[in-house]
Ligand binder design. Sequence first.
Ligand code: NAD
Length: 351
Amino acid sequence: MRFDHRTLPQRVRFGTGGAADALAAEVEERGARAVMMIAAPSELALAEGIASRIDTALWWSDVAPHVPIAHAERAREAAAAAGIDLIVSVGGGSTTGLAKAVALTSGVPIVAVPTTYAGSEATNVWGLTTDARKTTGVDDAVLPAVVVYDSELTLSLPVELSVASGLNAIAHCIDSMWAPSSDPLNRALAEEGVREVAGALPVIVSSPENVTARERMQYGAYVSAVAFASAGSGLHHKICHVLGGAYDLPHAQTHSAVLPQVLAFNTVFAPEGSERIARALGAPSAVEGLERLYASLPVVRALSEVGYSAESIPESASLILPLVPPSNPRRVDEAALEGILRAALEGRAIA
Ligand code: NAD
C-alpha cells in the first residue's frame, strides 16, 4: 500500500436544531465583529432564523447559479466596503459558491451552513462563470473554516431537489473509487457516503419530514464530498462537465443518466471500489445495487429526456477524451466514450 493523502482542516458542528447556537458560539469564539450573511432569496427565512442571536453587518442575497463573475464582484465590493471579518453562507452550492468567491480574494473565513446535499462546503474548490464559461480552481482560502449542519434547515428542500442533490453525492463517491488521487482513506469515506445516502434517500422520498433520514443525508453528503475533495474528479465528472458545458444540459439529470453507465463501464476493472459500492448498497454487485436504488427513486435515466441527441455523440466523445484521467482503471478511447454516451442517451445498461 502506498499513497499520499492530505486531509483538509475543517471544524464540523453537527446537530438538528443547533444551527443558531453553533453560529453564535462560532462568532463569539472568533471575536468576529462584522459578519456578512449570504443567502439566496429562497434561503433568506432560514438564514434569518439562525442569525437571530448575532449582529450582522451585511445581508447579501444577490446569489445566482454557478457564480457569475459580476455577482462575485458586487459581493466582493460590498464585503470590502463593510469591512467584514466573517462570511456566513446559508444555502445550497450556489450560495456557498458566492461565499467562496468573496473568500478567494479577501481571505476572510467562511462559516458554511448548507441547506442542500451538494457538498461544496467540504471542498477547497471554487467556481466562477465568465461569458457562459465556468472556470474552477483549487485554493485553501475558500475551504470553509467551519461547517454547521442542522437537518431542520433541509426539511423544506423539495423531494425532487433532495433526490438530485443526493445522487450528486453518490456520484462523488462512485467517482472517488477511480479518481486521480483515489486512496484507501477516501475510498473508505466514499463507501460510507454511499451507504448513508442510499439508505436515507428512499426514506426522504416517502417521508420528506423524517428528521433522522435528513440527518443521515447530511452526514452522508459530507463524507461523500470529503472523499471527492481528496480523490479528485474521475471519468463520470469529466463526462458530465463536458455535456453540461457544451450542450447546456441540466446538471442533476445529466449526472443521474451518466452515472450507471460509467459504473458499468469501469466496474470489472475496479474490483476493490466495486466491492465497496456493492457492500454499501447491500447488493451482490455495484451495478445491481445502483439499479435497485434508481428503481426506488424518481430519477431521469435517459439523456434523450433532457434534450441530448445522437448527433452530438461523436463531438462529445472527442471533447471528453482529452480530459479522461489517466487513473481510470479501464482504457478509454472515443469508441468507448461513444458507447457510454449512447447507453446514457437511451437510458439502458451498456453491453
Ligand atoms: P443551488 O444552491 O443552486 O440550490 C438549488 C435551489 O434550491 C435554489 O433555488 C436554492 O435557493 C434552493 N434551496 C436551497 N436550499 C433549500 C431549502 N432547504 N429549502 C428550499 N429551497 C432550497 O443547488 P445545489 O445543488 O445546492 O448546488 C449546485 C451548485 O454548487 C453548482 O453550481 C455546483 O457546481 C456547485 N458545487 C460546487 C462544489 C464545489 O466543490 N465547489 C461541489 C458541489 C456543487
